[in-house]
Design a protein around this ligand. Structure first.
Ligand code: SF4
Ligand code: SF4
Length: 250
């Protein structure tokens, strides 16, 4: 999240204590949910659109801004604030309307993570009253309470897709590759149609257990989509064409 003065210079370890407690009674309650830049990962989008029970495409249209940069294969997907109030569209009087499925930066707040796995404070302590509360908690326990583990796991898998893109100067100008990559990562409902309603399963070897898993669970489908992008963009040997789908003359 941006919007507050960061004090990311400090480095706290997971077993350090944090004096912090957020709650409805605080005068600053939900003030941190306005005028902020929250970048969404594919897993964030999957959780949020499922919480709202709407298709991914509708979620992307209504609730995000997609920032496409030149020569950048994966655009930045940012949570859209209300144009007039500048508040996040999910803020209600009771707090976050999608609290159980809120994205990673909202779970982490008031902390953010450094690349080396230590933590800094992203909130402005003078505005965030949570730091004035008595409660102390070990950071690793606090993260557990925030349900961070599965987000970290999925974001780590996503990094395996994005990191090679930053390291390599890929000369991609085929718009279909851009569309396919965005669909696989951020439009899981369309990607599901692509897998199950096209000739995909006739063309590629996919074992029955994987087919069942990706049919039943979005999270498995998203992991499958990560592999598909790594195969399609970097040529990683994660998918194999069925012999019967090979061109006859080869
Ligand atoms: S205590 Fe901090 S995190 Fe909690 S509502 Fe207030 S500003 Fe936001
Ligand atoms: S998603 Fe929820 S927690 Fe995050 S900014 Fe919006 S209302 Fe606040």
């Amino acid at each position: 999240m941006k919007g507050y003065n960061k004090d990311m210079s400090i480095r706290m370890e997971p077993d350090d204590q944090l004096q912090f407690n957020c709650g409805r009674g605080l005068p600053c309650f939900t003030q941190c949910c306005q005028d902020v830049t929250i970048v969404l990962t594919p897993y964030d989008v999957m959780r949020m659109k499922n919480a709202l029970r709407i298709p991914a495409e509708e979620f992307i249209d209504k609730y995000t801004i997609v920032i496409q940069k030149k020569r950048r294969l994966i655009p930045m997907v940012v949570l859209k604030m209300d144009e007039e109030t500048k508040k996040c569209q999910f803020v209600s009087e009771k707090g976050c309307a999608i609290y159980d499925d809120r994205p990673w930066p909202c779970r982490m707040y008031p902390l953010d993570m450094h690349d080396d796995g230590t933590f800094g404070i992203i909130a402005d302590k003078s505005l965030c009253q949570g730091f004035k509360q008595d409660q102390k908690i070990v950071i690793s326990e606090w993260l557990l309470e925030q349900g961070i583990a599965i987000y970290d796991e999925m974001n780590h898998l996503f990094t395996q897709v994005t990191a090679p893109l930053q390291a390599q100067d890929l000369d991609i100008d085929n718009p279909k590759i851009f569309q396919m990559t965005f669909m696989a990562l951020y439009n899981l409902d369309k990607f599901r149609e692509f897998v199950f309603k096209s000739t995909f399963l006739k063309r590629f070897e996919v074992d029955d257990i994987t087919i069942e898993k990706i049919k039943r669970r979005d999270i498995e489908l998203l992991k499958f989509a990560f592999d598909w992008v790594k195969f399609g963009v970097f040529g990683q040997k994660l998918f194999f064409v069925k012999p019967e789908a090979m061109p006859k003359d080869k």
